[in-house]
Ligand binder design. Structure first.
Ligand code: C5P
Length: 235
């Protein structure tokens, strides 16, 4: 069974503040995307990584990645689209025959440990069509009626925290299931992750334990945390 990882890295990262596209921001002097590719290549099971670059940035991303070594893992770079879903779709379209298991991993989660990656792959290989790493929540979550920024928002409910999980990536899939989900679910129906598309198909999705260090670098404070995690690893 051959496994590939698709890394959508075409987002601009506006929430991180002004500057380069998010995946190209550096952590410990190395672009976040390079960390993310290494995190996938660290798994012995992953034979191919497909990086989905900003729509007009594929040649630059290729050049950047060629400056680094990823062991025996093969690398493809393809241009992305307007939305994350479109970007993932373009990555899937680039997969060669013979790949049976597909991971989808956000470039914005550069520090996911290899044990988490391997646990996701193992669970797919043992027969689960869709597998998501996830953690229990520290915060209580409220559902609200959204209002314009600055206005108080009425609370409409409080889901039971013990039943909630915050999901991470890499999410792992049986290739056929993920392709079918992308073919079937129409863009704009609000799925913010790939497993969400599979759920809409009615196929089972399971959760395995995620990892604290697989957090998503979204806001400026996340960069501070990511630098600290890297420094601790290097100590
Ligand atoms: O915006 P969000 O944090 O959900 O983005 C998650 C991942 O999807 C990031 O790695 C980002 O680069 C990627 N993305 C993409 N194409 C887009 C938008 C986001 O590849 N059009």
């Amino acid at each position: 069974i051959r496994t590939a990882a698709v890394i959508p890295a075409a987002g601009r990262g506006v929430r991180l503040g002004p500057g380069a596209p998010k995946a190209l921001r550096t952590l410990g002097g190395t672009p976040m995307l390079v960390h993310a590719v290494r995190a996938m290549a660290a798994s012995r099971a992953v034979s191919l990584v497909v990086v989905v670059a900003p729509p007009d940035g594929a040649p630059e991303v290729r050049t950047l990645l060629d400056e680094h070594s990823f062991g025996r893992t093969e690398l493809l770079v393809v241009p992305g689209g307007e939305t994350r879903q479109e970007s993932v779709r373009r990555g899937l379209d680039a997969l060669p025959d013979g790949i049976d298991v597909v991971l989808v991993h956000d470039a914005a989660r550069p520090l996911v440990p290899v044990d988490t990656v391997d646990a996701v792959i193992a669970t797919v290989r043992s027969g689960a069509p869709a597998v998501v790493p996830a953690l229990p929540l520290a915060d209580t979550v409220k559902q609200v009626e959204p209002r314009p920024r600055g206005e108080a928002e009425p609370v409409t409910g409080t889901p039971e925290r013990a039943l909630l999980r915050a999901v991470q990536t890499p999410q792992g899939f049986d290739r056929e299931t993920l392709l079918k989900a992308h073919d079937t679910v129409v863009e704009g129906e609000g799925a913010t992750d790939d497993a969400g598309l599979v759920e809409r198909l009615g196929a089972p999705v399971v959760v395995v334990p995620g990892h604290e260090e697989a957090f998503k670098v979204t806001r400026p404070l996340d960069l501070v945390l990511a630098e600290a995690v890297l420094a601790r690893r290097r100590a």
